[in-house]
Design a protein around this ligand. Structure first.
Ligand SMILES: [Zn+2]
Length: 351
């Protein structure tokens, strides 16, 4: 397993400055205990960002005093892409830049790292995602996590979608297939608190020094299982996370869900849907994000629908009645609430 903490602890102050400059930071204050940067973690415009993002030299962690709180360099870089609305690939755009800056020589000079990097670069030029051998999944256990059962995902559903468990990594394992049932990636839901806080809940999985990462923007999770249903009903529900697809499987209604595994929907994914199951109705079912009194998120979803409205009827779920908690997916409060949200969704018409 990769020693993330080791990588973080081996970053020198000049590495951090170098990385921040890479993201356009020009002014910062270097004090005895901390380096103080503009808050690019939540500001897409550096000019508007105040100097309230502290990097503490002893802990090697960042703290944003305006909004985001504590974050590792890995999390921070993800925040930067998210604030700018840029698509990113965790392995190539987050992990490698940090590794390249870190003096974590042991890993950097190892053959597997170079091989990994070269393979990855080669793969990225192909539009068809490379396939992994399904046999690799045999190292995991067919044990279904209690947390997910409590949330309403049945064992049958987990079995159908190949969910399993890794004791050595303390992760729920989620195999990702493409529409043709090829294994294209394996992601893990971390249960270790340090990892969740500092690296994120969902990450690609590594097995015996090999990463099973894939470009999430070139696939739709669940499509292999739900495309026939989408064909039948003519409607697709597009969610952010894998879990929402699993939850819908246990609803009474027929499962027409896919997940983008991020917070954007791109043209490649729309084309994939059109090619595989040509839906007429596209319903965006992203997590609840809007802060009270704001309309930034509404505009983001509206624009997203508008952009693709020539492909079909676009609409999006937007909770104005507090049926959901913040960060909830529209299926998190059960089928009745989902149906309520669905009936009140925002329809976006083509011009
Ligand atoms: Zn921030």
């Amino acid at each position: 397993m990769i020693d993330y903490k080791g990588i973080i602890d081996n970053l020198r102050d000049e590495d951090i400055i170098h990385l921040m400059e890479h993201f356009g930071v020009r002014n910062y204050k270097n004090t005895e205990n901390a380096i103080i940067f503009p808050t690019i973690c939540h500001n897409s415009n550096i000019e508007e960002a105040s100097l309230k993002l502290y990097y503490y030299k002893d802990t090697h962690l960042f703290y944003c005093y305006t909004e985001c709180g504590g974050q590792s360099i890995f999390k921070l870089i993800e925040h930067i892409y998210q604030a700018r609305g840029q698509e990113y690939d965790w392995y190539k755009d987050v992990f490698l830049p940090v590794l390249d800056c870190s003096n974590f020589r042991e890993l950097k000079n190892s053959e597997s790292y170079h091989q990994l990097r070269d393979n990855y670069r080669k793969k990225n030029r192909e539009i068809n995602l490379p396939e992994f051998n399904k046999g690799v999944l045999d190292v995991f256990f067919k044990i279904y996590p209690e947390q997910w059962i409590e949330e309403g995902i049945s064992k049958e559903t987990m079995e159908k979608f190949g969910i399993c468990f890794s004791f050595s990594q303390n992760k729920i394992i989620i195999p990702h297939y493409d529409a043709e049932n090829r294994l294209v990636g394996i992601r893990g839901r971390a249960l270790d608190e340090w990892e969740v806080e500092n690296l994120g809940k969902y990450m690609p999985v590594q097995i015996e020094k090999k990463w099973y990462a894939h470009k999430l923007s070139l696939n739709l999770y669940g499509l292999n299982e739900t495309k026939e249903n989408i064909k039948k009903t003519g409607t697709v529900f597009i969610f952010e996370s894998e879990k929402s697809v699993l939850k819908m499987e246990d609803f009474d209604c027929i499962n027409c869900a896919v997940a983008v595994c991020g917070s954007t929907l791109n043209k490649f994914q729309i084309n994939l849907l059109v090619k595989e199951c040509h839906p007429r109705n596209f319903v965006i079912c992203f997590d609840k994000e809007e802060k009270a009194g704001e309309d930034k998120y509404f505009s983001k979803l509206y624009k997203m629908c508008k952009k693709y409205s020539l492909y079909g009827n676009f609409s999006f779920i937007y909770d104005t009645e507090n049926l959901l908690d913040m960060k909830d997916s529209p299926v998190d409060k059960g089928e009745d609430i989902f149906n309520k949200l669905l009936s009140r969704r925002v329809i976006v018409n083509a011009d």
